[in-house]
Design a protein around this ligand. Structure first.
Ligand SMILES: [Mg+2]
Length: 259
């Protein structure tokens, strides 16, 4: 059976299925197509857990990452590395090869920017409602961030929406490595293909989710990502939304929400 999908992209909605079969990835063959419009052909994939990124996904983005990278790398190196990194700079990766002294200073600069982020921390619109929906369906909720554990603790305390497990960058290797997501799946006793990774970074969140074998949903509030970004990076998210409030409908429409 040929299973693939032609996309029906509404110009009035940023919410769309990008690539994945609703049945199973193993059944998708890219050489043939069938419209998603035929629901009788689709057995819904089971979904038992959702793992979220924190900064820019569960919280409103307030950290000026461009300014942070400039401060850490210096203007010249920033421009060069930015030009060489079309999907974005991995600042933690760059720092890892530096001398301990230089690395320490860089971490201090990053911590300073992150502290400013914590001070201005706000929960993302739609996050609490989405978590309430997941709880009503008994779908597990986890969190993976490249920020520090302390920032997760503050988020938990301030908004009383608890994610478990919730891994900061103290868990090595961090995103985009799939290990933190695989660790959460293992802790839950759930297969990665029964989990969705949701995040606002193509190179970190979507890469982590895809490498782990999970479903992926890119949160792109401002339309910063387009098809070229997906093809250049080789990272095609399964879903893309411009608001967390769109995710409930995606889950209800496309998945068997069966814990
Ligand atoms: Mg993020």
């Amino acid at each position: 059976m040929c299973l693939n999908f032609s996309f029906r992209l509404s110009p009035f909605s940023m919410t769309f299925l990008l690539s994945r079969s609703l049945i199973s990835l193993t059944l998708v063959r890219p050489s043939c197509s069938i419209s998603m419009a035929n629901p009788t052909m689709n057995a819904k994939a089971r979904l038992r857990g959702v793992v979220f990124d924190m900064d820019g996904t569960l919280t409103v983005p307030v950290i000026d990452f461009g300014a942070m990278y400039r401060a850490v790398l210096g203007e010249d190196a920033y421009k060069r590395i930015k030009a060489e990194s079309p999907t974005g700079i991995d600042i933690l990766h760059h720092i890892e090869s530096w001398s301990p002294d230089k690395q320490q200073k860089a971490y201090e600069i990053i911590a300073d920017y992150e502290k400013q982020g914590i001070d201005k921390l706000q929960i993302m619109p739609g996050a609490a409602e989405l978590c309430g929906f997941l709880d009503s369906k008994k779908i597990k909720r986890g969190l993976i961030t490249r920020n520090v554990q302390k920032a997760i603790d503050i988020f938990h305390q301030r908004y009383e929406v608890i994610f478990s497990p919730a891994l900061g960058r103290e868990f090595r290797p961090y995103k985009p490595n799939p290990d933190p997501l695989l660790h959460i799946c293992s802790t839950w006793g759930i297969q990665p293909n029964e989990v969705m990774m949701v995040g606002d970074s193509l190179k970190d969140d979507i890469a982590c989710g895809k490498r782990a074998g999970a479903f992926t949903c890119l949160l792109d509030e401002t339309g910063r990502y387009g098809p070229d970004d997906f093809s250049v990076s080789g990272l095609q998210p399964d879903f893309k939304v411009d608001s967390l409030s769109k995710i409930q409908n995606i889950l209800e429409t496309n998945f068997d929400l069966n814990p």
